[in-house]
Design a protein around this ligand. Structure first.
Ligand SMILES: Cc1cc2nc3c(=O)[nH]c(=O)nc-3n(C[C@H](O)[C@H](O)[C@H](O)COP(=O)(O)O)c2cc1C
Length: 351
């Protein structure tokens, strides 16, 4: 497999970030992807949410918002993919520019505001999906102008849960008025009661913000357990701006992703693992760009990991690299499977 991205990547990165993203999606839609990743290393196989996945490395929400290219993701080597955020009605999102590269920091700031084709279009695409064993996740979001955002999540869950293996309720978007309503106890408690009635047997996870206060963290974890939510995606982008940022665009409003988010996301992941006593299946996301990063998230409590920003800076050949490195690290430390390493850092420490 030649690293075509090594040649194409720099050209793509001279384009405005959103234009480059659109081109990448079009290329993927037309099958312009590296040769399918062959030969899965069996040490990477992992069971999550009751299903077996070929490996724990997934595509994070926001890249394939409209469910156009998820079927290409196994070809890139991803073990699973998340589509969305999807809102009930189509939504234009915020005015452009709304996606910024922070080259020197290998980071992005986005304030997309859930631009997407809406539930009908996405459900139609998912309805045509081949049930070929791919583990697919749908990320749900309320419309920015919705007067009843809880109703939005109910409608989305009812339609999309039967079409995917996991539903993620995003309660952590920094970029729309309704993005964080459900970080508060009462609204989230009510919402989870309503969703339990419509989700059927499909697994459900909450996606949380790295900017939560300690009280909010504890509350969300206990509500998730109380309502028998299976998982948590840790974490969304941050509105913090670490002092280490060097790029000009660091002052842009929106959510920061990529390596500057790494430490925050890792810390929160460990906290959620401890607070839930390992009872939630965790997906570690935020600044993952190497096998070492993936391994660190797994040891901190993640069963699965995801990435988005690293794909922009390193291209798709990063995925096989991460997997090879992760397999090496697992074997180096005497683990026979991903599951054995999940939360390993915690069991080594006295409670
Ligand atoms: C352009 C862009 C759009 C995103 N859209 C969504 C979204 O719609 N829903 C969501 O839950 N997360 C969204 N995210 C957040 C990512 O899924 C992920 O949590 C975050 O970027 C941290 O991972 P990373 O450092 O690997 O990018 C988006 C991120 C980016 C960069």
């Amino acid at each position: 497999m030649s690293d075509w991205y090594a040649r194409l990547g720099p050209a793509l990165r001279r384009l405005p970030a959103e234009t480059a993203h659109r081109l990448a999606l079009t290329a993927l839609e037309h099958g312009l992807v590296p040769a399918p990743a062959r030969g899965q290393d069996p040490i990477l196989r992992v069971t999550a949410f009751g299903r077996e996945l070929p490996n724990p490395v997934g595509l994070a929400a926001g890249f394939d918002k409209n469910a156009r290219v998820f079927a290409r993701m196994p070809g890139l080597g991803f073990g699973f993919a998340e589509i969305g955020g999807v809102t009930p009605r189509p939504q234009a999102g915020n005015p452009r520019p709304r996606l910024f590269r922070l080259e020197e920091d290998r980071a992005l700031i986005n304030r997309m505001g859930f631009n997407n084709d809406g539930l009908d279009a996405v459900a139609a695409r998912l309805g045509k999906r081949r049930r070929d064993g791919q583990f697919l996740v749908a990320n749900l979001a309320a419309n920015a102008d919705s007067a009843e955002p809880a109703d939005d999540f109910v409608v989305l869950t009812r339609r999309l849960a039967p079409l995917v293996e996991l539903v993620v309720v995003d309660v952590s978007c920094p970029n729309t008025a309704n993005g964080k309503v459900f970080q508060r106890h009462e609204p989230l408690d009510d919402l989870l009661t309503r969703l339990a009635a419509v989700r059927g047997t499909t697994a459900m996870a909450l996606k949380v913000s790295p900017d939560l206060s300690d009280a909010e963290k504890a509350d969300i974890v206990s509500l998730a357990l109380e309502h028998r939510i299976e998982g948590m995606v840790v974490a969304n982008t941050t509105v913090e701006r670490p002092s280490t940022l060097r790029s000009k665009a660091r002052g842009e409003r929106g959510g920061l992703s990529g390596p500057p988010l790494k430490e925050m996301a890792l810390k929160l992941l460990g906290e959620v693992y401890r607070a839930s006593a390992g009872k939630l299946t965790l997906i570690g996301v935020g600044g993952v760009e190497s096998g070492e990063d993936a391994y660190q998230r797994i040891r901190a409590g993640a069963t699965l990991v995801q990435l988005y920003t690293a794909l922009v800076y390193h291209g798709p050949l990063l995925i096989p690299r991460i997997k090879a490195e992760l397999a090496y690290l697992l074997r180096r430390d005497g683990f026979g499977a991903v599951a054995e390493a999940v939360g390993a850092d915690h069991s080594l420490q006295p409670a």
